[in-house]
Write a protein that binds this ligand. Structure first.
Ligand SMILES: Cc1cc2nc3c(=O)[nH]c(=O)nc-3n(C[C@H](O)[C@H](O)[C@H](O)COP(=O)(O)OP(=O)(O)OC[C@H]3O[C@@H](n4cnc5c(N)ncnc54)[C@H](O)[C@@H]3O)c2cc1C
Length: 328
């Protein structure tokens, strides 16, 4: 433990706004650093983002390394890896923590390979091992049925990505002061192999807090019209299982399960879904589950409050007709 000098946190920003998970990670890093007498350093890349450095200091960073350049305005694996790998090699931080956003996991993975460092991905708990001071990251596995505790035995820095929403960000402390060190960026636009031609931001759908969700699986054959109509009638949202999202039939935002969204709804109507472990962890907090499946032995029936054995293409139109007539 005496060996710890610095814990780095990647401060991810998007169009000049810090990602909430970066602030959450800062909060956790401050707690860990205080136990080992290390300094928490925020790593901030972007263009015209100096004010975000001040914000991060108020939220727990003691120092910031800032790389500000037009070539870093938008996240790109190539440019961010190049700049950050150079900094790590020069300064040897003991640990480096990232939020597990799309960009965070992309960057952490690339950096870990570049640096020959170990990486614990998607942790939901982070502690220090008493005897060694190594970071212990807990990662859910097998559909959430186990928690694997991992540590980086070889390679430095110890790298970790943290799931969003797990740790608490510190409230802003206006009186906190910290060092901001601006480093030179030597990358030139002509050195970069990729170029952003167009940026399109889709509208995100959050079904995690919906009261009612109608979920379609492979049994729908990819035809979600009945699922959508029923959801509309009961004032609910639409969800899908992973194969439908992997096939591009539905967006990833509405994929339910261990690698998708966890629901906390009052009602989920689940049609044409077998009930694989990875899916089930997405509905284990739902109060009432109604399952429709042709197979009486489908595992989903072991996790449903109401079991309807039958063809969804016969049952759902009847159900829809009934609700429509009740609604007048
Ligand atoms: C690392 C990893 C992570 C994963 N994460 C997720 C995740 O987050 N979410 C997720 O969903 N999956 C996830 N999966 C995939 C998961 O293991 C299953 O493959 C997936 O959930 C199966 O989807 P399904 O139930 O729609 O399809 P299937 O397993 O193919 O089931 C289709 C069901 O539909 C029934 N059926 C067929 N026709 C009809 C009909 N006309 N009417 C009624 N019923 C019918 C069948 O009897 C069957 O039970 C993950 C897998 C891995 C390896």
């Amino acid at each position: 433990m005496a060996g710890y000098k610095s814990i780095w946190v990647f401060l991810e920003q998007n169009e000049g706004v810090l990602e909430e998970v970066s602030l959450e990670v800062l909060g956790k890093a401050s707690e860990l650093a205080s136990k080992v007498g290390a300094e928490v350093t925020g790593i901030l890349l972007g263009h015209n983002v100096k004010r975000l450095a001040d914000e991060a200091i108020k939220r727990g960073a003691e120092s910031i390394i800032l790389a500000d350049s037009p070539v870093l305005e938008n996240y790109m694996t190539e440019t961010y890896t190049e700049v950050i790998a150079g900094l790590v090699k020069e300064r040897n931080p003991d640990a480096f923590i990232f939020g597990a956003t799309n960009n965070g996991v992309d960057l952490a993975g690339r950096l870990a390979v570049r640096l020959g460092a170990g990486l614990i991905a998607h942790v939901v708990e982070l502690e220090l091992e008493e005897e060694t001071g190594l970071l212990l990251g807990s990662v859910p596995g097998f559909g959430g049925s186990i928690l694997a505790v991992c540590k980086c035995v070889k390679g430095r820095p110890q790298m970790v990505t943290v799931r969003p929403g797990i740790f608490r960000a510190l409230p802003p402390d206006e009186s906190r002061k910290g060092r901001i060190e601006e480093v030179q960026v030597r990358l030139k636009p002509e050195d970069i192999k990729t170029r952003i031609v167009e940026k399109k931001v889709g509208k995100a759908i959050d079904i995690s807090k919906a009261e009612k969700v109608v979920i379609g699986g492979v049994g729908t054959g990819g035809d979600l019209s009945l699922i959508k109509r029923l959801a509309e009638l009961i004032g609910g949202e639409v969800g899908v299982t992973r194969p439908l999202s992997d096939q591009g039939i539905a967006p990833r935002d509405i994929m339910v399960g261990a690698t998708g969204v966890g629901l906390s709804s009052k009602l989920a109507i689940v049609a044409g879904v077998s009930g694989a472990a990875h899916f089930l962890s997405g509905i284990d907090k739902v109060e009432n589950v109604i399952a429709i499946n042709t197979d009486p032995d489908a595992n989903i029936f072991n996790h449903a409050d109401y079991c309807v054995v039958g063809d969804l293409f016969k049952i759902m139109p009847e159900l829809i007709k009934r609700i429509e007539s009740l609604k007048g």
